[in-house]
Design a protein around this ligand. Structure first.
Ligand SMILES: Nc1ncnc2c1ncn2[C@@H]1O[C@H](COP(=O)(O)OP(=O)(O)O)[C@@H](O)[C@H]1O
Ligand SMILES: [Mg+2]
Length: 603
């Protein structure tokens, strides 16, 4: 099964990181952990050098034996020295692994925090451009590629360099020509490891993707098991599952094929080098140009070179992937929020004038060609306002602009008589309570969900907010009351209950402005009146903006604005609109008729 290329694979986004960006991103982290790195690499290099001593010791023993100049005691001492080196190697290996791999984890954490902090600062437009999946991939795959490159990548590079230089030097010291001959097959190993490890990585990625598909398929099937049974789709789902399982197995087998090639190939190259040594080196021993001990040491050095040669190919891949991933991470870090944020609060803000003023406000979404709102002039001083209009008329856009989710040109929106671009975003948002149509609830207790914006509030305050949102009576019906858990492991709430919970959450924050974007649409008619009275009492002298298509709710507001295709069609009180706006009157007649028919119970 061929996988569609994800947005991350998109060549245009796979920006290559520039040298100065790389320096800015990594150098401070290397500096912070310099002692850790110095000790780590010292340990690593010491291990390498110690390992190189072992063939020298073996040479000593073999030469001693062949010349019969060593006794059993001497052999025991050589053996002891090898064990001592072994112990040192254990200790130092532990040290470098702890220090260097630990460094790569700390580095990963630092970059992840920076990336996450940056993403949190971004505005709605950014999240329209990058999907959740994209961002998760940056936080997952890209960071682990960087971690690998800065951890095992650096280790393997240093290790390979020291080992190969030293081993080759020792070999040359024994016999330069023989060294050249023995090394002839080695470049072949480096190149084939480079190719194979590149392939291996791609195939691993496919395994992960197939596994994700398989898990996602099982998850969604189990979640909608009722639906699947109702449509008797068990066999159909079963056969799709089988296909996904097959693709997953194939992907794993493809990985095994490469893995099965890499190490035999290394032994083959070793064997070829061995052939050279036996054929040419053997002759040197026969001619007594080199000793038997040299001959044995030479073979040991040859085998010591196999890993560094493979490492060269592997490190090249790790470095390349790490750099590509860093490029993508840097691309995200370079993205600037398009919303202006002013960190200084201008003086002279009148806390009694906390309302909005829209002057010729026009707004076009980045992805759209026509404005979602054009030339809107509206005033929202303290009071209760209704906004209505057909789907797509721009009601939600208006709410999102008031909560400062999208950038606006200067001079279009004023808050507390100040141009919004001159105000800190957090200042405006911290004055607004916002209720959306589908409030996000967390798998936590009801009380914790209501406390979201004010975690420190007392239970009395929570209860008061719930009463004002007309949800208290529903809550105490539950066995655990306010401690009732909601979500998958707790109770399921109706749409209306969820919305009233969202409202209680906003009321608890007690902010001067409350914006309800269709957030009461699922509240039943019997409760509507209670909810409205709760809002009104709680928010006397504050600004309340209610987006709704419910005539009953609109009729309780001080002034109603009707939006049509992104412009203000008309404005007025309920009675005024009833007499002069045909759309409003039709809505009214229809909803009243439904009430009379008992489709929804009237209070
Ligand atoms: N993120 C967006 N990107 C592009 N266009 C959008 C976006 N959100 C909404 N729109 C468009 O803006 C218009 C107004 O939408 P909206 O404010 O959601 O209307 P309402 O809330 O009145 O139903 C619609 O034409 C809609 O398709
Ligand atoms: Mg809407």
């Amino acid at each position: 099964m061929k996988k569609k290329p994800s947005a991350l694979m998109d060549k245009k986004r796979a920006k290559i990181i520039s040298y100065s960006e790389l320096k800015d991103l990594l150098v401070p982290l290397f500096k912070t952990h310099r002692y850790r790195l110095i000790f780590g690499f010292s340990a690593l290099i010491t291990v390498d050098l110690l390992q190189l001593v072992i063939p020298r010791l073996i040479k000593k023993a073999v030469d001693g034996l062949s010349r019969q100049s060593i006794d059993q005691n001497g052999l025991f001492q050589v053996g002891l020295a090898i064990v001592a080196i072994g112990i040192l190697v254990v200790i130092l290996r532990f040290c470098w692994r702890y220090l260097i791999i630990g460094f790569s984890r700390l580095l990963e954490r630092a970059i992840r925090n920076r990336l996450f902090g940056h993403i949190l600062k971004m505005d709605a437009q950014f999240f329209e451009k990058y999907s959740t999946g994209d961002l998760m991939a940056h936080l997952g795959n890209d960071l682990s590629a960087v971690q690998m490159a800065c951890g095992m990548g650096m280790v393997a590079a240093a290790d390979a360099l020291v080992m190969s230089v030293a081993a080759i030097a020792f070999m040359i010291a024994i016999d330069p020509t023989l060294t050249l001959l023995a090394l002839l097959p080695m470049p072949f190993l480096a190149i084939s490891t480079r190719i194979l490890s590149g392939k291996l990585h791609k195939r691993f990625a496919t395994v992960q993707e197939q596994f994700a598909d398989l898990t996602e398929f099982s998850r969604s099937t189990l979640l909608s098991i009722g639906l699947i049974k109702a449509y008797t789709m068990e066999n159909f789902q079963g056969s799709r599952f089988n296909l996904l399982g097959k693709a997953y197995a194939t992907a794993n087998i493809n990985v095994a094929k490469i893995q099965g090639l890499i190490s035999p190939l290394a032994s083959l190259v070793g064997s070829c080098g061995m052939l050279m040594i036996l054929y040419f080196g053997g002759r040197l021993v026969i001619n007594a140009t080199i000793s038997l001990g040299d001959f044995v040491a030479f073979i040991t050095y040859l085998y010591m070179l196999i890993w560094p040669m493979m490492a060269i190919g592997w490190v090249a891949n790790l470095a390349q992937r790490g750099l590509t991933s860093l490029g993508r991470i840097q691309h995200i870090l370079n993205a600037e929020p398009s919303l202006k944020d002013n960190s200084n609060l201008p003086e002279g803000i009148d806390s009694k004038k906390l309302g909005f003023s829209l002057r010729n406000l026009t707004f076009t979404y980045a992805a759209a060609s026509t404005p979602a709102l054009s030339s809107i002039n509206l005033e929202f001083p303290p009071g209760i306002y209704g906004i209505t209009g057909r789907t797509g008329s721009g009601k939600s856009t208006l709410c999102k602009l008031l909560t400062r989710m999208y950038p606006l040109e200067d001079g279009m929106l004023y808050f507390a008589d100040k141009e919004v671009n001159s105000l800190p975003l957090a200042f405006i948002r911290s004055h607004i309570g916002y209720v959306s149509q589908e409030p996000t609830l967390f798998s936590d207790s009801i009380a914790a969900n209501i406390r979201l914006g004010r975690p420190e509030s007392s239970l009395e305050e929570v209860e008061q907010a719930a009463k004002n949102a007309a949800i208290h009576a529903d809550i105490i019906e539950f066995k655990d009351g306010y401690n009732t858990l909601i979500g998958e492991r707790g109770v399921k709430l109706s749409g209306g209950q969820r919305q009233r919970l969202g409202l209680a959450r906003a009321l608890l924050c007690d902010r001067p402005i409350l914006i309800i974007d269709d957030g009461l649409s699922a509240v039943d008619v019997a409760t509507e009146h209670d909810v409205f009275n709760g809002i009104k009492q709680h928010l006397a002298n504050k600004t309340v903006i209610i987006v709704s298509n419910r005539i009953k709710l609109l009729s309780m507001t001080d002034q109603i604005t009707i939006l049509k295709d992104g412009v203000v069609e008309t404005q007025g009180t309920h009675d005024e609109l009833l007499t002069r706006n045909p759309l409003y009157r039709t809505m009214h007649d229809k909803q009243m008729k439904n009430n009379d028919l008992g489709e929804t119970s009237a209070p």
